[in-house]
Design a binder for this molecule. Sequence first.
Ligand code: SF4
Length: 307
Amino acid sequence: MLDDLAQTVQHWGFRGGIHFSGGEPLVRSDIFELIGYSRDLNLELRMLSNGTLINPQNARKLKESGLKIVQVSIDGTRDTHDYLRNRRDAYDLAMRGIRNLRDADIEPTAATTLTKTNFSQIEEIVELVFLAGARRIGFSQLVPEGSGKDLEMLSAEELYDSFLKLHSLREKYHGKIDILSSESLWCLFDEENEYTRRAKEEGILAGGCGIAMFGLSVLSDGTAYPCRRLPIDIGNIKEGIQAIFIKNKVLNQFRDINNYKCKGCEKVTICRGCRAVAYAVTGNAFAKDPQCFKHIIDDKNGQTTID
Ligand code: SF4
C-alpha cells in the first residue's frame, strides 16, 4: 500500500503523506520500520497517539525513523482525561509523552475532542499543553460512535460558544501556541475571499470537510473508509488506491453537492459539515451536521438561514 500511495501521488504530481493512527500505533512492533519505509518513499509523516507509550527511548526511535509531527490526545485536565480514558495515569503518561517528544526534537501537537465533560476546560487544556511543550493544539467535534458512543456531544450552541472561546484564546496565546480546528464548521468564522466567492458561484468544492478530496482511511486488514471517523466500507486497499479514490461510487456521491441535505446553504462549497457526525447521529452521511451553528451566526447578523 505504501508503494502504491507513493506512486499514485507522484503520478498525480503532488507530495502525499501518511498519518499513522489506531487504536494506538505504538503497540505495533513494526511501527518504526513502517515509518522509516514511508520516509524513504518521500511521504510526509504524522502520528496520532494517546501518548502513553512515548517514553524517551520511543521518542528517540520515532525521531530516528523520520517522524516530525506527533499528535497526542489530551481530553481534559488530569481528572477529566483519566475519567474519559478510564485509566488513572493516562493524563500523566500523555503529558510525559509530549515532553519526551519535545526533548527528542519532534513537534508535539495536542488534540482535544470537545464533549460536554471537557468544554468548560478549554483554556486550562491550552495552558497545560503549552507548559508541557506543545506548540499547536487542535480541537475537534465528538463523533458519537465506537469508543465515543457513550460520550455526550455538544449542542450547536455549545459548539459555537466553544469555537468563539478558541478564537479569543488564539489572540491571547498568539506567538506561544497555535490554536485551531480542522472541523468544517470552523470555516463559518472566516471572511469570504475571492477564492471562496468563486467556489460559491461555480458550485465547486473548495474547503471544509476533506472527505473524498484529500485522503482515505485504511484499517489494518486493508478495509478503506472515506474518513477515519466514518465507518463506511468502500472496498479494500488491495484494489489499488487509484481505483478506489477515482471510481468508488460512495466517494463520488460525496463529491456531488446535490446529494447533501444542506445543498441550499450558501456555505456548502466550503463547509459540508462533518459527515462522520451526521452519519453517527442520523444514520445518513448526507444529512446536515447536527452541530451546525450557522443559524446562530445568521441570527446575530439579522439574516435568515437557508439550508
Ligand atoms: S448547513 Fe451544512 S454547509 Fe451550511 S453551514 Fe451548516 S453544515 Fe455547513
